[in-house]
Design a protein around this ligand. Structure first.
Ligand SMILES: Nc1ncnc2c1ncn2[C@@H]1O[C@H](COP(=O)(O)OP(=O)(O)OP(=O)(O)O)[C@@H](O)[C@H]1O
Ligand SMILES: [Mg+2]
Length: 160
């Protein structure tokens, strides 16, 4: 394996509680400046995962689908910025929602439909790809860059 190859953890998630639990485990090991990109079709479970992630970051905030607001912010062990790029039609629109400012902030950023920001995504990031499998979902978590990659083994062990 080359040094730049991303590492990955795969999980079958039989129900929404399992999606939340994976998000919670990931949330527990996030650090300042972490970016989490969520990909997967409509209804794949992205917002459900964010709900768990916020819990793992000790957030008291209520996580809702961000689709109508583009951006929602939650309190927690680290400040959380929740973006939903479902309605993004042109990468230039990212400027208007303050993408750069959010990326530079010290908290955690989690982005639904994050693949729509391809080209401007920081090299160091987490990616969670969700897909339907039977009645449940399959998740593939990938870590890119040394900081996330170093913590991926913790995720595979069920978190810190
Ligand atoms: N592992 C799972 N197994 C079965 N159902 C699940 C699972 N995870 C989430 N769900 C359910 O899938 C539905 C859609 O979830 P959610 O809103 O999180 O998806 P989404 O990817 O955010 O959708 P959108 O593309 O509209 O933003 C919800 O009813 C949720 O409870
Ligand atoms: Mg959603």
């Amino acid at each position: 394996m080359s040094a730049s190859a991303p590492t990955r953890v795969e999980r079958f998630l039989p129900n929404a509680q399992a999606t939340e639990a994976l998000g919670e485990t990931l949330g527990r090991l996030l650090e300042a400046h972490d970016l989490v990109v969520l990909t997967g079709a409509l209804g794949a479970g992205k917002t459900t995962l964010v709900r768990g992630l916020a819990r793992g970051l000790q957030s008291p905030s209520h996580v809702r689908s961000a689709s109508f607001a583009w951006v929602q912010e939650y309190r927690g062990r680290l400040a959380i910025v929740h973006l939903d790029l479902y309605r993004l039609t042109d990468i230039a629109q990212l400027g208007g929602i303050g993408w750069e400012e959010y990326v530079e902030r010290a908290g955690v950023m989690v982005v639904e439909w994050g693949e729509r920001a391809q080209g401007v995504l920081p090299a160091e990031r987490w990616e969670v790809e969700l897909s339907t499998e039977g009645e449940g979902r399959r998740a593939e978590v990938r870590a890119f860059g040394p900081r996330p990659s170093g913590r991926l083994p913790l995720l595979s062990r069920g978190g810190p």
